[in-house]
Each structure stands twice: as C-alpha cells, then as structure tokens.
Design a protein around this ligand. Sequence first.
Ligand code: NAD
Length: 359
Amino acid sequence: MTRKILVLPGDGIGPEITAQASRVLAACQARGLDVEVEEAPVGGTAYDRHGTPLPESTLERARAADAVLLGAVGGPQWDSIEDISKRPEKGLLGLRKELGLFGNLRPALLYPQLAEASSLKPELVAGLDIMIVRELTGGIYFGQPRGIEERDSQRVGFNTYVYSEAEIERIGRVAFEMAQKRGKRLCSVDKANVLEVTMLWREVMERLAPEYPDVELTHMYVDNAAMQLVRAPKQFDVVVTGNMFGDILSDAAAMLTGSIGMLPSASLNESGQGMYEPCHGSAPDIAGQGLANPLATILSVAMMLRYSLGENALAERIEAAVGQVLDDGLRTADIAPQDGPYVSTVEIGDAVLAALEAS
Ligand code: NAD
C-alpha cells in the first residue's frame, strides 16, 4: 500500500534542509519504498501566502498523511504580527494539537566522531545514547485554570499542572515499549516529593511496570535528573517525563551532543501517525547561505521510517550513511572544528546520498 508523506518546509533554513531530506526520501523510493510525497506551506511562509500559519488545506493533507516531515518555522519578520494566533509557531502548535501528537521522542545521541564538539569531557559523553520520551499535549502548558488576575489588590499569575491517569498511562506505555526495544532501562522523572500530580505519575508508572517485566523501572526527581544529565549522562537509557520537565531536560540533553544541527525528533499520536522534525529552529541568521546542517532533518527521515512506516532496515541504512559521512571527515560549519574546513548544506546532502548508494 502506498503511504503518504507530507513535507512542510516552513521558514528560514527549513526549505534548504528539507530539500536534502527529500532527496534522501527519493533515494529510498528508488530502492522500492512505496510512498507518495507532497509539500505544503506552514508557518510564516503560509501566513504570507494565505494569511494563516496553518492553512486548512495543509491541515487536511497532514491528517491524511501517514507521516509529516517538518523543517522549522519562525523568523524576525513575523515577530511583530499583532494577532498571536497568526504567528508562525501557532502553525506548529496547531498541528500537534489537531493530530493529537502526545508522545515526543527526543533522542540525544552523540556520534563518536563528534565527541570533541560537546561541552562536556569526551569520556563523559562518548557513546551517549539517551531517548527522552516527553508528554507533549498535557501538563502545566495546557492545564486550566490559568491566567493573570487581581487578588487582594495585587496581580497574581497562575497555571495548573494536571495529568489524568489515562494521559500518564498512555505516555508510560510508549516509554516502556521504547525501553523494550533499547537497553531495557526506564527512568521516570518527577517531583513526587512536592507535587501531587507527579505522585500520581509515579504511581501509574509503578502500576504499569509488571506488564513489562524485562524493563527495569527507576524514578528520579527532576532536580537530580538535571544534575545527573551533566554529571554522568551515560547512566540513562530511556527517560520518561511530563511536558515541562521534558521540555527543559531534552534541551539540556541535546546540548550534551554538541550540535543542535544533528538532533532529530518524533511526535506520535495513538495511531502511530507522526510528525518528524529537527530539534532546532529556523536559524534565520544563516538562512539562504548554504550553511545549514541538514543532518538532523535527514535523521528525522530515518525516525519516520522506523516509527511510522515500519521500515527499520532503511532507517538503519540512513543512519549508517550519516555515520559514514562523519567518518569521512565531512562537516558543516556548526560541527566543524574552529577554523577547520566545512562543506555546504548541499555538499553534505550529496555525500549522504553517495554513502546511501554505496550501501
Ligand atoms: P535556532 O535553533 O533557530 O538557532 C539557534 C542557533 O543554532 C543559531 O545560531 C543557528 O544558526 C544555529 N542552528 C540552528 N539550526 C542549525 C542547523 N541546522 N545548522 C547549523 N546551525 C544551526 O533557535 P533561535 O535562534 O532561538 O530561533 C530562531 C527562530 O526559530 C525563531 O523564530 C524561533 O521561534 C524559531 N524556532 C522554531 C522551532 C521549530 O520550528 N520547531 C524551534 C525553535 C525555534
């Protein structure tokens, strides 16, 4: 059956990096991958053309797709749009909400060839391979009531940190299953010594554990997890946590790997449909100059093949091709040693394609 992939290039470096990822997809098609690929506008580009960052036609096509590949959205030219519902990031948030993408997978994998690029000592990070599973559609970012109001003649701001048992169980199962496919260790991060909502989180994780007897479940308070991530990050295999803690910890874990230009991500819904995107933004400072690193987006294609299309062998081939290119010493500017030589977005794309062909 032909599966549908929707590519949303977006803004800034988005079109440059998705162009390289689309070439990789085309190479997979040439090897027999049965997919239909189409493109649609999102973000600031969509606002300029259609007056909205998420046109109905883009949303409809996203709903009909098996997987969505997103570049990035945003840029200074749209920061002054007064109606915040029309800002580029609303395109992204709208897609997450409309597609019900509750499970965010954020791998922090350090290619050994890039160990020197990390801010930590190479021996602390060489071989690092963490998967952070972050709940994406609930928690304090969405909880009601919320607001800023006057109480006793002073203004107070408030938000609600809320999770239902069903929401915790849903993300817990994603994390346990992920741990089963990896190193079989799952660390659930909470603040159960202070917050009732995360006491329930811990209780639900404990309740699920007997269903996954091959997975070792541990718990860690979020403050300790932040400390352990920079002290001894290799102790982690899969980490599961709520929306806000996951937001913070996954960015910290990303930086352990040295470059944001290398990190893919996936956001999945209950039917396995997913949106795949690099962890970085639209990098307007380097847009249009051929300086963007497309590897995070190319690795997002590998995640798409693995998690939404069940094409593990092809996913591994793409990851191996990226490894080969790094072995060969090719670097874009963001991962090149200071004053070292670097290649352009298209050149590194060419090299990945050549490595794929050769595999
Ligand atoms: P950013 O990730 O775009 O850029 C941060 C720094 O990293 C910049 O110096 C940039 O040049 C560099 N960088 C990022 N990706 C790179 C790549 N692939 N290759 C080489 N260098 C790369 O973050 P920012 O500067 O805070 O945000 C810029 C815009 O992106 C803003 O409008 C922001 O709202 C948006 N943004 C979008 C997303 C998304 O679409 N998912 C995420 C974060 C930020």
